[in-house]
Design a protein around this ligand. Structure first.
Ligand SMILES: [Zn+2]
Ligand SMILES: [Zn+2]
Length: 130
């Protein structure tokens, strides 16, 4: 049983590591993995476990009830902001210097301490604006 779970988890992790720059809903992940040896309930269970381990970030999209997930195995991603495209779901990693500049500006003008790990800004990416 444990081995079977590990295999399902690996399938999910493989998929997520190929889609690190996308923000996906659990439904989209389940669709993409349909036909593979992983059940929908196993996907949801593993997503919840990965979120608890801090390897997945859950976010809500404006105008949607569904939870979206972004895979953040990357240590580098803790220090900078992320932009998420509402059209294609792509994640843009904001340069650390630009993140610092914005955080500094917000602290100075608003007295606001930005949580750069959890903040995702939504908009339309450069490719989708073409
Ligand atoms: Zn990043
Ligand atoms: Zn886009």
């Amino acid at each position: 049983m444990a081995k079977y779970l590990t295999k399902q988890r690996k399938l999910l992790l493989d998929f997520l590591s190929e889609h690190t720059d996308e923000t996906l809903s659990a439904g989209q992940i389940a669709d993409a993995l349909s036909g593979k040896e992983i059940s929908t309930s196993a996907i949801y269970r593993n997503l919840a476990a990965l979120e608890q381990e801090g390897r997945l970030k859950r976010s809500a999209k404006p105008g949607s009830q569904e939870a979206y997930y972004r895979f953040t195995d990357d240590e580098d991603c803790r220090g900078h902001l992320h932009l998420s495209c509402l059209r294609c779901g792509k994640t843009v990693h904001v340069e650390e210097a630009a993140t610092d500049a914005l955080a500094h500006q917000l602290a100075k003008n608003e007295g606001f301490a930005l949580d750069r790990t959890d903040t995702v800004l939504y908009g339309i990416c450069a490719d989708c604006r073409k």
